[in-house]
Design a protein around this ligand. Sequence first.
Ligand SMILES: Nc1ncnc2c1ncn2[C@@H]1O[C@H](COP(=O)(O)OP(=O)(O)OP(=O)(O)O)[C@@H](O)[C@H]1O
Length: 250
Amino acid sequence: MDVSGLSHAFGPRQALRDVGFSLAPGDFTVLLGLNGAGKTTLFALVTRLYHSRQGRIAVFGHDIRRQPSAALAAMGVVFQQPTLDLDLTVRQNLAYHASLHGLSGSRARLRIEEELERVGLADRRDTRVRQLSGGQRRRVELARALVHDPALLLLDEPTVGLDIESRRFLIDHVRHLCRSRDMAVLWATHLIDEADDTAKVIVLHQGQVLDQGPVPQVAARAGVPTLRAAFDTLTHQHQGTRQHQGGAAR
Ligand SMILES: Nc1ncnc2c1ncn2[C@@H]1O[C@H](COP(=O)(O)OP(=O)(O)OP(=O)(O)O)[C@@H](O)[C@H]1O
């Protein structure tokens, strides 16, 4: 996926400013930012919930404005807010999604079984979602996002509200998928420890990308040993620059 020059404002509030990055197949990239950094706005633009007026978004060659169907077909999304129908069974939720993506009959059944098997929920296929735990629901959402075999997986704060075990399962599973399917993953979070040294990171703060790249490189550029320290350094520097600019303008 290639994003360049992306900006978005809600009235006078600038939520994103000139954001750019690229994701290659097999990349596990953490979009790291505090609450309000602009992560959800970015997801909304990439998934066409909002329209981008400034900038370009292309999903493996498909421009989101000119070829929206092809671009959306190439991505799977786990939104921040749960979006399963609680009164439908696990399988019904996935079947509905599969048919939206043009999968039906035996192909859909096969793909649903494969993904439920992978997240360890094949034996809950006929259970209503309402009866599942929070961690299990998240796993169903992940299976659903993958049913149509996307080349790009987007997850917005996927571990919020999960216990340690469910969180570990989700991270390990997604990292494994990334490697085994050569899938590009964008994992948005405010939890720094979800980006280990083998991940790439995009540090998003107050709508701007402050730095991006492999975690060790981002830390080295900031002149500190860890991503946590790099995040603090970058955000403090940014704060300083803004205050300086504000002062100069007055
Ligand atoms: N619909 C909206 N109308 C006005 N302002 C908005 C709207 N949605 C987001 N914002 C503002 O845009 C900025 C970015 O918000 P966004 O939700 O994208 O951040 P975030 O990084 O996803 O944070 P969180 O994890 O809390 O959702 C914030 O200042 C927020 O208040």
